[in-house]
Design a protein around this ligand. Structure first.
Ligand code: URA
Length: 222
């Protein structure tokens, strides 16, 4: 854990509104409706931090009073929001609502229950990035557990030539194993999380966690 705490690209958003909403979604008695609402509030809070690396440019503008200089997000930058289906959809609406210029690139992957390895079924990423050195990617997946699907997704984007430090992995709960797995391969990826939990169990679930994020979001328990 000490190693993790020295990681400047690991951003833990442990402020009161985050902790409060996290307790709501951890509670097994929380309904899917309340879970979705709380996840949406958490998305705003986490994305505010995640987007803090967006490239800015200064422009000349004129207010009703006078001319001035003012900053806006670099219009030349390509910004990609990549939700991993299906739990990543919990954050996707909010991510694009507050950053409408971004492209949304869905990633379809499920976890094989025996091997815990990711299995691809959908990939809407472009074959090539138009502007790899000025591309910013925000991968959305509420649960960073084994790190297998995260490493797979990160690799997919880095192979297209973008800069490692411009990729941000946004999640609600991270396991120490998941973080270490990412760090073993990628030193500069930004990880934004609400909390680092204790561990993962033999089935790959985060402890204490919140259970299966997809089932809890979409009310699919049977
Ligand atoms: N995915 C989930 O939905 N929950 C976990 O605890 C781990 C992975």
């Amino acid at each position: 854990m000490t190693k993790l705490l020295n990681d400047e690209n690991l951003i833990v958003c442990d402020f009161p509104l985050v902790e409060h909403n996290l307790s709501v979604i951890r509670n097994k008695n929380t309904s899917s409706e309340i879970f979705r609402n709380a996840a949406r509030r958490l998305a705003y809070l986490l994305l505010y931090k995640a987007y803090s690396n967006l490239p800015m440019k200064e422009f000349d503008i004129e207010t009703p009073i006078c001319k001035t200089k003012s900053k806006m997000i670099d219009p030349e930058a390509d910004i990609i929001i990549a939700p991993i289906l299906r739990a990543g959809l919990a954050f996707a609406d909010v991510a694009s609502e507050i950053l409408p210029a971004a492209t949304i690139r869905h990633i379809g992957m499920y976890r094989d229950e025996k091997t815990l390895q990711p299995v691809w079924y959908y990939n809407k990423t472009p074959v090539e990035l138009k502007n790899p050195k000025n591309t910013y990617v925000y991968v959305l997946d509420p649960m960073l557990a084994t790190g297998n699907s995260s490493v797979e997704t990160i690799n997919l984007f880095l192979k297209k030539g973008m800069k490692e430090e411009n990729l941000t992995f946004v999640n609600l709960l991270a396991s120490p194993q998941g973080i270490e797995r990412i760090r073993h391969h990628f030193k500069k990826i930004r990880i934004v999380t609400a909390h680092i939990d204790e561990a993962i169990n033999e089935k790959g679930y985060i402890i204490p966690g919140l259970g299966d994020a997809g089932d809890r979001l979409f009310n699919t328990f049977n």
